[in-house]
Design a protein around this ligand. Structure first.
Ligand code: ZN
Length: 388
C-alpha cells in the first residue's frame, strides 16, 4: 500500500460541490465531485447533534488542527473518505448550508453567512492534513480496522456493512438506516436502538436469518433487491399489531423474530389478549412486565417468564421458625412433603439454608405473596413442585 501526505487542501477545496443528503443523513460528495464523503462501508453522519458539529467549526475558528484525515484513492481516480467523514460533513454543512447550525463567536451565535469576513476566511483557508492511500481492498480494509480504534468504534453491524458492502447493503441502508423513512417511528415501537447506528437493519437481518446475519449477508451480497428482508420484517411487524393492541415501552426490543416464528401459526382473540395483557401489567406480583407478551402468546403456561414476586427473607424466616417448632413437637420433618413420605427424610429437620419458599396457592390461581400463603419446602420438593 502506498500513502501520500497532502497538506495543501483547504476547507474551501473540500467544500466545493458538497452535497448533503437529508434523507440518508450523510454527506455525499466534495472536492468538486472528486471525493466520495460517505462510502458504503462508512457509518451515517452522527455529529449533527449541535455539539460535536459545532466543536469542529469552533476548532477551525480558533485555528486548531482538526487531526489526521485519511482518503483512499480508487483505481478510477476518485477519492473516498476512510477516516474524517464526520469532521468533513460537519464543516461542509456549516459552510454550504447556511442555516444548518450556528456557532458562538464573541459571545453571539453566528451562521456562516453572518460571520465577519476574517472569520469566514479563517475557516475556508484552514489547511487539512490528509493522507491518501492506494492499495488493494483487503489492505485498505485491514488498515481501516486498525485506525478505527482511535475514533468512535464501529458497532458490529457497521463492520458487517463494511465487510459485505455492495448493492444489497446500499439498498438495505436506504430502507432501514433512514430516519426520514415514514415507517420508522412505527418500527421503533418494537425495535430498539438507533437506526443511524444500524440497529434497525441489524434487527431486520436477525429476524430474516434466524440469527445468522453474517451468513445471510454473504449470500445476498450482490442481490439487486432486498425484497425478502423487507417482506419478512414487515410481516413480523404486521403480525405483532394483529395480535396486540398495546404499544407501551415494554414491547420495545423483545425477540419478535423468534416469537413470530414460534407463535404465528396460532390463532388469538385480540380482545382477550388485550384484556389479559392489561391485567398482567396491573398485577403488582408480576415483576417482569416484558415477559407478559410471550407468556400470553404461549397460552399462559410458562410462569417463569413473569418473574412473579418472591417471598422476602423476613417472611421466609418466620414461616421456617413456625414450621420447625411444630415439626419438632410432632417428631416430623419440617418439610411438610417429606413429613408425609415414607423414606428416611420423614423426620429430618432441615436448616433454613436447605429450604425454599413456596406459594401454597400458586400465583396463577390467585395466591398472594404473603405470610399466609408461604410454606417452606426442602429444595428437592420445591423444585419438584415448581416443575409441575
Ligand atoms: Zn421435602
Amino acid at each position: 500500500m502506498k500513502t501520500t501526505l497532502h497538506i495543501d487542501w483547504t476547507v474551501a477545496d473540500i467544500c466545493k460541490g458538497f452535497i448533503y443528503d437529508k434523507n440518508e443523513n450523510k454527506g455525499l460528495f466534495g472536492l468538486n465531485g472528486k471525493l466520495i464523503i460517505q462510502p458504503e462501508f462508512q457509518r451515517n453522519y452522527i455529529y449533527g447533534d449541535g455539539k460535536k458539529d459545532v466543536a469542529v467549526v469552533e476548532s477551525l475558528l480558533k485555528e486548531y488542527p482538526l487531526g489526521l484525515i485519511y482518503f483512499v484513492k480508487n483505481t478510477d481516480g476518485m477519492y473516498e473518505v476512510l477516516d474524517g467523514q464526520q469532521r468533513i460533513t460537519s464543516f461542509a454543512r456549516f459552510v454550504n448550508n447556511s442555516w444548518t447550525f450556528a456557532v458562538m463567536r464573541k459571545g453571539k451565535p453566528h451562521y456562516f453567512a453572518s460571520l465577519d469576513e476574517d472569520d469566514k476566511r479563517r475557516i475556508l483557508d484552514a489547511k487539512l492534513t490528509i493522507y491518501v492511500c492506494e492499495g488493494s481492498p483487503s489492505e485498505i480494509q485491514e488498515w481501516f480496522e486498525t485506525i478505527n480504534i482511535a475514533g468512535v468504534p464501529l458497532v458490529k453491524q457497521e463492520l458487517r456493512n463494511a465487510s459485505y458492502h455492495g448493492p444489497f447493503v446500499t439498498k438495505a441502508r436506504v430502507m432501514f438506516a433512514n430516519t426520514g423513512n415514514a415507517k420508522m417511528s412505527r418500527w421503533q415501537t418494537y425495535v430498539k436502538g438507533d437506526p443511524k447506528r444500524q440497529a434497525v437493519l441489524e434487527t431486520a437481518l436477525d429476524w430474516v436469518s434466524d440469527g445468522n446475519i453474517d451468513d445471510y449477508m454473504a449470500k445476498h451480497r450482490y442481490d439487486d433487491n432486498i425484497d425478502e428482508l423487507q417482506n419478512h420484517f414487515e410481516t413480523v411487524i404486521d403480525w405483532i399489531e394483529s395480535v396486540f393492541d398495546y404499544t407501551g415501552a415494554e414491547m420495545c426490543g423483545l425477540p419478535w423474530g423468534r416469537l413470530y416464528a414460534e407463535y404465528h401459526g396460532q390463532a388469538y382473540a385480540k380482545d382477550e389478549v388485550a384484556r389479559r395483557v392489561a391485567e398482567l401489567l396491573d398485577d403488582t406480583q408480576v415483576t417482569n412486565k416484558r415477559g407478559i407478551f410471550e407468556y400470553v402468546l404461549g397460552d399462559e403456561k410458562n410462569t417463569a417468564l413473569l418473574s412473579v414476586r418472591v417471598f422476602d427473607e423476613k417472611t421466609k424466616r418466620a414461616a421456617y421458625n413456625k414450621q420447625t417448632a411444630a415439626a419438632k413437637k410432632h417428631r416430623k420433618s419440617n418439610c411438610p412433603l417429606c413429613a408425609v413420605g415414607n423414606d428416611n427424610n420423614r423426620e429430618r429437620i432441615y436448616k433454613l439454608s436447605e429450604m425454599d419458599a413456596d406459594h401454597v396457592t400458586a400465583w396463577s390461581k390467585g395466591g398472594a405473596t404473603d405470610m399466609k400463603n408461604c410454606q417452606m419446602l426442602c429444595k428437592t420438593h420445591n423444585r419438584a413442585k415448581g416443575n409441575r
